[in-house]
Design a protein around this ligand. Structure first.
Ligand code: TRP
Length: 345
């Protein structure tokens, strides 16, 4: 065996693996956009980093939820995390509300967050307009709970989409502020922005992001759409009248399909343009749909199996929560001590 002796502190010492954490809200079946833009990367990152991934169910109740639906969606999204290939033996995969430390740290951090800085959050401003009848305090302090999620695990990196960057910024501000008062308590997290090209746009209006809340179901592919449905939706995607398969200005529809095809096949835009040179959009769309179907097939198959075994899902969630709780409680206790709380013995 070729064993090397590594002396800590020398160049040969392996770097400590960075920690990443991300969470997904249980708000319905994710779209192809969520999958290619986030979830697929989570799987790749999970091989490279010490990682924790959670279903952010506490965040979900900042808007009114039907309890039956919420219960169903939490289990669906938890199963999906396993179905995308996250290994619960190697990663911490859990449900946020199973780890009370999230709510506990969030309360403490609320007291180190200013009303003024929360008022500037664009998502709060947007959501208080779209849910004008229920502008609750949880909706307001949502980014503080998110900061607690991140800081509890001392995460170095947080994979987030552009819409969450401002929240991550606040998590950094809160961490720096707390560290400034009490000495180093929290790792200050950096955003991890995935590779470009993973931003998937609406199939019907390719200037808008693909969204599952779009009233037109033809505008998005859901991760669990049947192969026939995927084919139909991609076939009816908006393109242009120009007819050439290449990446270019004013070709938002084609650019979007190229992005999707590229994510599924690993081909770059030049290679795709070459593959479809002299061929029409019909051929191209069929190929894109087939690539998407093959990409999602194993996820769907694993998901179907997992959903048939609710006992396994609950047991796996319990194990994940136990590991998460151990780590989270260490940070929570450290934080409480620094603030001056008397810890129970
Ligand atoms: N707010 C995130 C979203 O809606 C979900 C989330 C909750 C999250 N806690 C987090 C993401 C911690 C990253 C880290 O997408």
């Amino acid at each position: 065996m070729d064993e090397k002796i590594i002396i800590p502190g020398t160049e040969a010492a392996p770097e400590k693996r960075k920690k990443i954490l991300s969470c997904i809200q249980p708000s319905g079946i994710p779209t192809l956009g969520n999958y290619l833009g986030a979830l697929k990367n989570w799987k790749l990152l999970s091989d490279e980093f010490d990682s924790a991934f959670a279903v952010a169910d506490l965040h979900a109740i900042t808007v009114r939820q039907d309890p039956k639906m919420l219960r169903k969606q939490i289990m669906e999204v938890f199963a999906l995390l396993l179905a995308i290939g996250l290994d619960p033996e190697k990663n911490i995969v859990f449900i946020q509300s199973h780890v009370p430390a999230h709510s506990q740290l969030a309360w403490i951090l609320n007291c180190y967050t200013q009303f003024g800085e929360m008022s500037r959050m664009t998502q709060f401003k947007d959501k208080s307009q779209s849910h004008a009848d229920n502008v609750n305090v949880g909706l307001f302090s949502y980014p503080v709970l998110m900061a607690a999620d991140i800081l509890l695990y001392q995460a170095d990196l947080v994979p987030v989409g552009a819409d969450q960057k401002q929240h991550l910024e606040i998590a950094r501000d809160i961490a720096n502020r707390f560290n400034g008062i009490y000495g180093k308590t929290f790792t200050v997290p950096d955003p991890y922005i995935g590779k470009q090209g993973a931003r998937v746009m609406s199939l019907q209006d390719p200037t808008k992001k693909m969204s599952k809340s779009d009233p037109n179901p033809k505008s998005f592919v859901s991760v669990f759409d049947s192969p026939e449905t995927i084919m139909k939706k991609i076939k009816s995607a908006v393109t242009d009248s120009e007819g050439g398969v290449y990446y270019g200005e004013g070709k938002d529809g084609v650019n979007n399909l190229m992005g999707i095809y590229s994510c599924c096949t690993g081909l770059d835009y030049d290679a795709i343009a070459k593959e479809f040179e002299g061929r029409g959009y019909g051929d191209f769309k069929t190929a894109v749909a087939e690539a998407v179907i093959e990409e999602l097939r194993p996820v769907r198959e694993r998901y179907d199996l997992l959903m048939k075994d609710q006992a396994y899902l609950l047991e796996t969630a319990a194990k994940g929560a136990e590991t998460a709780q151990r780590i989270a409680n260490r940070t929570l206790e450290k934080t409480m001590k620094k603030c001056g709380f008397v810890l129970p013995r």
